[in-house]
Design a protein around this ligand. Structure first.
Ligand code: ACO
Length: 261
């Protein structure tokens, strides 16, 4: 148990961070050490202890599936009694899973590299929290059942489809040193435990390791929790989507936030 966790009144829950990528050389020893030390110092909250942090350098399909299911749960509102809801959720999860696999395996045109960063907890530690979360976002790692409780993508690319484009760096070679975060979400049952912040911190370490100098994120103008999270993590306003574009795409207008690494 770390000093921090021993100071904590609640029993700590071990939490792991898994940046998943197809590129087996993507994570240097240095990065591993940095993430491990940030886990035991900065990334700590009342309920979560991240001392069991680890990095998976390969492609784990069942964990990607669990991450896809968490995204469907987090980004769509469902009425539990609606007809055919389970089939519809499964369809959305399959679509996200296939798209995610394509991106992290480097097959998606326009993306140099994509990593899926997940936070997970042992099933035994949160079994009492939510049956639905435990059944839909479960995967197995080293013989242990775990639940993906937070997830995001780190995308090394010039721009994301249908999104406003970051302007930094101004020099040539921006396709190598610019990246965007996307699909940032944390299981509702575990909001306000520092997981979202910790996911951002870990993804910055990974981005740094890739040589990224300018990190971007898009956020809907009315998404106050996410805006506050990004501001807390050091992102600042760069530009916003024109109203006509948001109307054309039939969605809330987005802000583009930037953080220099
Ligand atoms: C690029 C994109 O993907 S944008 C989409 C962002 N994702 C979503 O909207 C999905 C639904 N929302 C979520 O999953 C979560 O609410 C998240 C990811 C936005 C935040 O995750 P959490 O783990 O709850 O955030 P975390 O506990 O780390 O909070 C960090 C800071 O964010 C801010 N914050 C987070 N939630 C809130 C909230 N509901 N109200 C006000 N501030 C908030 C606070 O500043 C907080 O710091 P504090 O606790 O010291 O005050």
């Amino acid at each position: 148990m770390t000093l921090l966790s021993s100071l904590c009144s609640c029993p700590p829950i071990p939490c792991s961070w898994f940046p998943l990528t197809s590129n087996t050389n993507a994570f240097s020893k240095n990065l591993r050490t940095q993430i491990q030390s940030s886990a035991s110092t900065n990334i700590f909250t009342q309920k979560l202890d991240t001392t069991l942090l680890s990095i998976a350098e390969s492609f784990y399909e069942d964990e990607l599936w669990a991450a896809a299911c968490l995204r469907v749960r987090s980004f769509h509102q469902f009425r539990p009694d609606a007809f055919g809801i389970q089939d519809h959720m499964r369809y959305l999860a399959e679509r996200e899973f296939e798209a995610l696999k394509e991106r992290v395996s480097g097959k998606r045109l326009g993306f140099r590299r994509v990593s899926c960063v997940n936070a997970s907890l042992p099933l035994s530690h949160i079994a009492s929290l939510s049956d639905d979360l435990c059944s839909s976002c479960k995967f197995s790692a080293n013989g242990e059942d775990r639940i993906v409780v937070g997830t995001l993508d780190l995308n090394q690319c010039l721009s994301l489809p249908d999104e406003i484009v970051g302007l930094k760096p101004k020099v040539t070679g921006a396709d190598i040193t610019r990246a965007y975060l996307s699909n940032v979400c944390v299981a509702e049952e575990l909001h306000r435990n520092g997981l979202g912040y910790a996911l951002l911190e870990v993804s910055k370490l990974v981005a740094n390791d890739w040589g990224i100098t300018d990190l971007y994120v898009h956020v809907a103008v009315d998404n106050e929790p996410a805006k506050k999270l990004y501001m807390k993590s050091g992102f600042v306003y760069e530009s916003d989507e024109p109203a006509w574009q948001a109307r054309f795409l039939d969605r809330p207008r987005r802000l583009l936030l930037w953080s220099g690494l």
